[in-house]
Design a protein around this ligand. Structure first.
Ligand code: DQA
Length: 167
């Protein structure tokens, strides 16, 4: 089993960015904790962060062996083998792209990999535009307002979820 953790724009600034909202932990802290957690759950973890919408779309496509950077995987796939890197679940904090990106929604629907949407802050207690998400109605689960613990909760859930669908 493999989980892909994706973080969108400005999440590379965790720990430095509005610490009263997002807390003191850095993205490196979050990813290191997630990697340890995943290995104790017997799950492999891949991580990706980008400030660019298109790069996130590329990474999601690549997860299914379709991305522009995985033509060799696609060729392997064409001959019958599964793409080597395909995760069985995605945990994604799309940052501000949550509220704007039809392209990320479409990419997640295209690859048909179950995903959990994570927000460090409680998006419902902030500006009204943060209540709108292009992903929530397609997510297996949504975590918000738990601080960076939300990533831990999401990975725990995703690992349990995968055991039920891939026993
Ligand atoms: C966020 C919430 C978004 O509204 C915001 O644009 C972010 C981070 C969160 O983790 O709380 O960049 O996704």
């Amino acid at each position: 089993r493999r989980i892909l953790l994706i973080n969108g724009p400005n999440l590379n600034l965790l720990g430095r960015r509005e610490p009263h909202i997002y807390g003191p932990a850095t993205l490196a802290d979050v990813e290191a904790l997630a990697r340890d957690q995943a290995s104790s759950l017997g799950v492999e973890l891949q991580t990706f962060q980008s400030n660019h919408e298109g790069a996130i779309v590329d990474r999601i496509q690549e997860a299914a062996g379709w991305g522009p950077r995985t033509r060799s995987d696609a060729a392997v796939d064409h001959h019958g083998a599964a793409p080597l890197t395909k995760p069985s679940a995605i945990v994604i904090n799309p940052g501000a792209l949550t509220h704007t990106s039809v392209a990320i929604r479409d990419a997640l629907l295209a690859v048909d990999i179950p995903f959990v949407e994570v927000h460090v802050s409680n998006v419902h207690a902030r500006e009204p535009f943060r209540k709108q998400s292009y992903l929530s109605d397609k997510a297996e689960a949504i975590v918000c307002g738990m601080g960076v613990y939300g990533y831990t909760a999401a990975i725990e859930f995703a690992a349990r979820y995968l055991k039920t669908v891939e026993p």
